[in-house]
Design a protein around this ligand. Structure first.
Ligand code: AMP
Ligand code: GLY
Length: 420
């Protein structure tokens, strides 16, 4: 089978790593990829948000299966263009991708499906939004309705902060994404994520994870795309996971199918858990990054069979072969991230590290310069390890982190603290 993976981050490096171990995989191309991906697979330059260009590339390269990593091509209907051309693809349609691309759409679907989530109001007018905030008080959560690269959510601890967020959003701080806002009830509890493959009808859990969004140790400082993650998430016990599946995931998937927009791909349910009850925080329509890195290390080659089963509508007969293991990933980021940071600093010591089924450094933002590896993004490396216990995995990951010689970068020393 010839496979094309779309994307260029640590998530796509992890997908590449897992897929290529499957004997079914004959040829693998990643577009556009990064310096780490290029060490294990062919990379191609391609505008992955242009459906026509992707279809042409697939036809010219005799690709049998396309796996879409990030949300942007999904929100632009690239999966639809591929399916229209008769090409097997893992990833939701543009209509189904609205579960991530529009917060008000998701809230409305959840209401119709009776799925537990925060109470909300949807506003297209700043004054009405402010009146809602004054009536409800703080803490309260203000969200730009559209895709805002994870930056469109303000968890306001005071009314003044919430009102200011409304001014920012209607003032264009988030571009078109802020012309509409969703204001939510503040939910307390512990957050964890559940990853579910969906084939339009049937669902299959492929694991749980927790990430660390804040840049600083002790979960302090600015929000980031994620500074580390681990799987499984202890807070998502089998019982709570079953509740999340039965009360949240399955009813929303059934509601999508009923509306003629069945979901196919991976549904990433962000959950808030309190007193044994999960409530939905948000859906994403793709694997989390860096959560994918820990899931792939645990799943290995079977990830390809599972994604193919989802794409072909055969999830009913699929099952995951779980090892009783734990995985963790530590993100190494460029100094200054998530603020402004320099690009181009050299990273040394990578070649000497173990790369096997239990240890792997996924590249998130690197580029090659001859034999050198240079940082080219904010989040740069995902140092990932697997072990019989979380402690074992964590010790191994930090051993690798310490062996990496990169004065231009930093990392958090406390990934996994909540679980340990
Ligand atoms: P989102 O992009 O919707 O996941 O929001 C980003 C983060 O904001 C989440 O991971 C939560 O930590 C927090 N958050 C979002 N919605 C709520 C809510 N209703 N109550 C409490 N925290 C929230
Ligand atoms: N790590 C959070 C995300 O991928 O959205």
């Amino acid at each position: 089978m010839n496979i094309l993976i779309l994307g260029s981050g640590g998530r796509e490096h992890a997908l590449t790593w897992a897929v290529m171990q499957n004997p079914k995989c004959d040829r693998l191309i990643v577009a556009p990829g990064n310096a780490g991906i290029a060490q294990i697979a062919d990379c191609a330059d391609l505008d992955i948000e242009n459906g026509t260009a992707v279809v042409t590339f697939v036809e010219e390269n005799a690709i049998d299966f396309v796996i879409i990593g990030p949300e942007a091509p999904l929100a632009k209907g690239v999966a639809d263009r591929l399916r229209d051309a008769g090409i097997l693809v893992f990833g939701p349609s543009e209509g189904a991708a609205k579960l991530e691309a529009s917060k008000s759409f998701t809230k409305e679907i959840c209401a119709a499906a009776n799925a537990p989530t925060a109470g909300y109001g949807h506003f297209t007018d700043a004054e009405a939004a402010k009146a809602h905030i004054r009536a409800n008080g703080a803490p309260i959560v203000v969200k730009a309705d559209g895709l805002a690269a994870g930056k469109g959510v303000i968890v306001a601890m005071t009314e003044a902060e919430a009102l200011e967020a409304i001014d920012d959003m209607f003032g264009g701080a988030f571009g078109g994404a802020g012309a509409e806002v969703v204001i939510e009830e503040f939910m307390e509890g512990e957050e964890a994520s559940l990853f579910v493959l969906v084939d339009g009808e049937d669902v299959l859990s492929v694991g749980t994870a927790q990430d660390h969004k804040r840049v600083g140790e002790g979960d302090t400082g600015l929000n980031t795309g994620g500074m580390g993650a681990y799987s499984p998430a202890p807070v998502l016990s089998a019982e709570i996971e079953a509740k999340a599946m039965n009360e949240i995931v399955k009813p929303t998937m059934a509601e999508m199918a009923k509306r003629g927009v069945p979901f196919q791909g991976v549904l990433y349910a962000g959950l808030m858990i309190k007193d044994g009850q999960p409530r939905l925080v948000e859906y994403n329509v793709r694997f989390g990054d860096p959560e994918c890195q820990v899931l792939m290390l645990r799943l290995g080659a079977q990830a390809l069979d599972l994604m193919q089963a989802a794409a072909e509508g055969r999830l009913k007969e699929a099952k995951v072969n779980w090892a009783d293991d734990h995985a963790i990933t530590v993100v190494m980021a460029a100094n200054g991230y998530p603020g402004s940071y320099e690009k181009g600093s050299e990273i040394k010591g990578l070649a000497a590290l173990n790369s096997d089924s239990k240890n792997f450094v996924f590249h998130a933002g690197t580029k090659a310069d001859g034999d050198k590896i240079l940082a080219s993004g904010g989040r740069v490396l995902n140092v990932t390890a697997r072990g019989a216990t979380l402690q074992e995995a964590r010790d191994r990951a930090y051993e690798m982190v310490e062996a990496i010689d990169w004065p231009g970068g930093f990392y958090r020393r406390d990934i996994g603290w909540r679980a340990l």
